[in-house]
Ligand binder design. Structure first.
Ligand SMILES: Nc1ncnc2c1ncn2[C@@H]1O[C@H](COP(=O)(O)OP(=O)(O)OP(=O)(O)O)[C@@H](O)[C@H]1O
Length: 947
């Protein structure tokens, strides 16, 4: 085959094939990158790329060997052998097969591979090659207007069309195309000259008659054409500069084309531009060379513009990427430099060093089992990826483990005298409480440790439980930490969360140790009586584990997961009522009750503690204010009657805030105003200047200054400095009369509801979480005559109190029957018993004796003794049983101006323990049978003899 190709006749045919021009390529061209690329493209079957045509340069000085190698090249691409054209010249082809080109027109001198999907057409093409007439007409397919078909759809559809239909879809002007090779359905065409369809010859495959078109004659030396073509070349160069694909090729083109082939130049420009098919078709159809050059130039310019935009987009993106890369590189370099200089180790090492630094000073104090865990965790930290969640968990865990004060104790001070001094400094009275605390410290001194006890301070709000806790910590030289467990229902608050949970935290106790920094603080657990009941887990059991000296040496927090010794921690709890403290906890506690204060104590506390502290806090000096005794007394009796002193403290603060404002106002009034200042200044200046001039005059006259003027100025200055001194302001006096200006109208008016109790009314004593209080039992007859013997109860009484009323009714009937058997009161009347205030719920058995007395008073029509109050549970047989809250009740009775008190005999011991100032001035009787009360309440003569 090759032999045949190399024969001169074959070469001749090759020359014929190019028609007006030669199919030419020299050896350099064929080995150029462009050719190599084309080869790969042809093999790739990539229609889109390949349709960007291959230009075959035209030159007359072509050597034979060059031509042969060109044909070789084409030949080697084709499995089906190329049969070079032999017999016919292109001019002879006036009837050709019409090949539809779906994407771009074929320009003369360019290769174009196409895929022929129509088997009949393909067969006809193969046949025509066999007949040594390898030419066909290649015509661009018109756009199917109205349809939204894509390129591939157009390609598919076009091969389904036949005859006239297909003809109508083709542009009239196309290219005579030499069939260079056929491989499968891929046909490589080489464009030769422009054709124009004149009529259809046969339908399937479509064969048409054509005219061969020639370029219109033009003047090669025409300046405009020359200039345009130069511009085309310049633009081409620019375009090609940007694309290495075409660069080599255009060099060859320049070498071989010379300046007389303007039509080819125009075709080349259009062919390599990325313009759309219709624009290219326009160039193809243009036979006027100048116009064609213009069109081509337009397309190239557009191409150039597109390229410029593309370049700017690429540049912008590149810039962005490179700044990021630069940043990254620089930061990496910085890290490396820092590491090299030893300025910074990597994160993990820094962390490990931090943790090691924390534990190193007291390494030997850390228990071995904890040290082991710390070491393991530190190793684990090194292995974990810095960004993993596990890393964070381990880091936090280590943070807690290393931050705890392992074996770090503050030196405990068991100096009893010092402790006494501190307690007295902070609190007035509370002698028994202080005594108990000192006893506790003394035991600690003898044992060498104060551990093993839980103190619980119980009492109404504001009696100083928390502040006593703080004083104990100060006395013992322990760090103080307070947390409230009121309403706490989550065990995790005490025992911590397991580390597996997100946001897991250790419990309050571990947080406490971390924050105080010593392993033996005093921890005040507030509101232990209000400990909630948990849904998951029981907080009281967790509290027990925490507080119990037997267990807390190995307290296990869920988060920490290593046993921690809390046995050196001193726990002090506070509660308002002891009854609601969970049994097992109560069992381990040493209860120190604080009952509340009587007026006298409150006066001292107010004067020596609260007033002093508040005065300092408000920045008022003692000499600036005077709060009289009567004002304080009125404040205590008419505004703050509760057991504690918190409310009293609030009122004193209120008074002092008002005083502060008053003082500041006074000060500002006395000071000259800004405006006055300014005018004073200018007047002083003018006076001075006039004085000076006078001076000058006098001096010149008499030789010495006038002393009277100087004195005047001095007096003025003194006055001004006096005004600015706050001490110079008027002293504020707060007494009983103007007290209401500071704290508003009194809350409590009458000390007691009844001055002299009416028939059927007796004062009882009650005890609540807020302290003791007095209350009245009132009875009245509802119906007379028709004896029903019934009892009607009101006043929000609880079950126990209702039963106690029933008992009282029965006992009262029995006593009345015994004392005055002719009195038919109970038999004939329905009695109503009420306990004010009606809105407050009340319960308990201790009003039993008061109820009986009240019923008897009504029945016998006798008033009870004046200023008498009583308390005690009574059985059906009239025995009087002990009650609780003796101190609170005594204090409440005193507050209400009670003179005579009746307590159950069994409570005598409690009463005897009370401080003398509480007992002072009270006539107290202890009874164990109701008859004794009867005597005390009703029979004055007997009362005297008994006393
Ligand atoms: N005997 C006292 N001497 C001096 N100040 C006292 C005395 N009792 C209480 N106080 C003061 O009264 C204020 C309230 O006391 P604290 O907060 O300790 O009351 P509490 O009993 O803990 O109340 P709660 O049960 O509501 O917590 C504190 O400022 C405290 O200093």
């Amino acid at each position: 085959m090759l032999k045949a190709l190399r024969s001169s006749s074959c070469l001749q045919q090759a020359r014929f094939a190019t028609g007006a021009s030669y199919l030419h390529s020299n050896s350099r061209q064929l080995s150029s990158p462009f050719h190599r690329l084309l080869r790969s493209v042809l093999g790739d079957k990539n229609p889109k790329l390949v349709q960007r045509v291959f230009f075959c340069s035209d030159s007359s000085d072509v050597s034979e060997s060059d031509a042969v190698s060109a044909i070789d090249e084409v030949e080697s691409k084709s499995a089906a052998a190329i049969v070079p054209t032999a017999m016919k010249k292109p001019d002879d082809f006036l009837e050709v097969l019409a090949l539809p080109l779906p994407h771009r027109p074929l320009f003369p001198g360019f290769y174009m591979p196409i895929y022929v999907k129509d088997p009949k057409l393909l067969a006809a093409l193969v046949e025509s090659r066999k007949r040594q007439a390898p030419y066909a007409g290649a015509f661009l397919v018109k756009d199917d207007s109205g349809s939204e078909a894509t390129n591939s759809d157009t390609e598919k559809n076009i091969y389904e069309l036949k005859g006239k239909e297909l003809l109508n879809r083709l542009h009239d002007i196309g290219t005579l195309a030499q069939i260079s090779s056929i491989q499968g359905d891929q046909v490589v065409l080489i464009g030769h000259r422009r054709l124009h369809i004149t009529e259809m010859v046969s339908e399937d495959p479509l064969t048409v008659k054509v005219d061969h078109l020639k370029d219109l004659p033009y003047n090669k030396d025409d300046d405009v054409i020359k200039a345009t073509s130069f511009e085309v070349i310049t633009t081409l160069r620019d375009v090609l500069k940007t694309s290495s694909l075409w660069r080599d090729h255009v060099q060859t083109y320049n070498q071989h084309i010379g300046d007389f082939n303007y039509p080819k130049l125009a075709d080349f420009g259009a062919a390599i531009s990325g313009s759309n098919k219709l624009q290219c078709q326009q160039v193809l159809e243009e036979l006027d060379v100048y116009k064609r050059l213009r069109l081509s130039l337009e397309l190239l310019k557009k191409e150039m513009e597109i390229h410029r935009i593309q370049e700017s987009i690429a540049k912008a993106i590149e810039e962005k990427i490179s700044t990021e890369q630069r940043r990254y590189l620089l930061s990496e370099q910085l890290k490396a430099i820092k590491k090299e200089l030893g300025l910074e180790t990597d994160d993990k090492t820094a962390l490990t060093d931090k943790f090691r630094d924390r534990i190193d000073p007291n390494k030997e104090k850390i228990p071995p089992h904890v040290m082991q865990v710390i070491d393991e965790e530190l190793k684990k930290l090194q292995l974990l990826e810095g960004s993993s969640s596990e890393f964070n968990v381990t880091r936090n865990y280590l943070d807690w483990l290393t931050a705890l004060p392992w074996g770090n104790y503050s030196d405990e001070n068991f100096n009893v005298l010092r402790a006494q001094q501190f307690l007295d400094e902070d609190h007035y009275g509370l002698t028994d409480v202080k005594e108990r605390i000192l006893e506790f410290i003394a035991v600690g001194k003898l044992r060498g440790t104060s551990q093993g006890k839980i103190i619980c301070l119980s009492g109404p709000p504001g009696v100083g439980k928390t502040s006593i806790g703080r004083s104990i910590a100060r006395a013992l030289n322990r760090k103080f930490y307070r947390f409230s467990v009121g309403g706490l229902s989550d065990v995790a608050e005490i025992k911590g969360h397991r580390r597996t949970y997100i946001g897991a935290m250790p419990g309050k106790m571990i947080q406490c140790l971390k924050s105080v920094g010593t392993a033996n603080p005093l921890v005040l657990i507030d509101e232990i009586d209000k400990l909630g009941r948990g849904n998951a887990g029981d907080p009281s059991s967790a509290m027990l584990e925490l507080l119990d000296p037997e267990q807390n040496a190995n307290f296990l927090d869920h988060y920490l997961d290593v046993p921690i010794d809390l046995s050196k921690v001193l726990f002090v709890c506070t509660a308002n009522v002891v009854e609601t403290i969970p049994g097992p906890l109560l069992d381990r506690m040493e209860i120190i009750p604080i009952a509340g204060y009587i007026t006298d104590e409150k006066m001292h506390i107010a004067r020596d503690y609260l007033e002093k502290n508040t005065r300092d806090a408000c920045g008022v000096k003692p000499q600036q204010v005077e709060v009289t005794e009567s004002a304080l007394l009125s404040l205590i009796e008419n505004y703050c009657r509760e057991a504690g002193v918190r409310n009293l403290q609030k009122h004193i603060e209120k008074i002092y805030r008002k005083i502060a404002l008053q003082l500041v106002r006074q000060g500002t009034q006395n000071e000259p105003s800004v405006l006055e200042n300014e005018s004073n200044q200018s007047s002083t200046e003018s006076t001075q200047s006039s004085t000076n001039s006078t001076h000058g005059a006098t001096e010149s006259k008499e030789g010495e200054p006038r002393s009277d003027t100087t004195e005047e100025t001095e007096v003025k200055t003194n006055q001004a400095s006096d005004l600015k001194d706050p001490e110079a302001t008027e002293k504020v006096l707060v007494d009983e009369k103007n007290l209401a200006d500071y704290v508003g109208k009194p809350v409590f008016h009458a000390e007691r509801m009844y001055d002299q109790t009416p028939l059927g009314v007796v004062m009882g004593l009650a005890w609540t979480a807020m302290g003791g209080s007095t209350l009245y039992i009132e009875t009245t007859q509802v119906e007379q005559g028709e004896g029903k013997g019934a009892l009607h109860l009101t006043g929000q009484l609880g079950d126990v109190m209702k039963e106690s009323a029933q008992i009282a009714h029965t006992v009262a009937r029995a006593i009345l029957a015994a004392k005055d058997h002719e009195n038919p009161f109970f038999a004939n009347s329905k009695v109503h018993l009420h306990v004010p205030a009606g809105a407050t719920p009340k319960d308990g058995p201790s009003a039993g004796c008061t109820m009986i007395t009240s019923l008897l008073s009504l029945a016998m029509n006798k008033h009870v003794k004046k200023d008498l109050a009583m308390t005690g549970e009574v059985t059906l047989t009239g025995r009087v049983l002990p009650i609780g809250g003796v101190k609170e009740k005594t204090i409440a009775a005193r507050r209400s101006g009670v003179k005579t008190l009746i307590f159950p005999l069994a409570n005598k011991r409690d009463f005897d323990e009370l401080a003398p100032n509480v007992k002072e001035g009270l006539d107290v009787h202890f009874v164990d049978d109701y008859n004794q009360i009867y005597d005390l309440a009703f029979e004055n003569e007997k009362l005297k003899s008994l006393h």
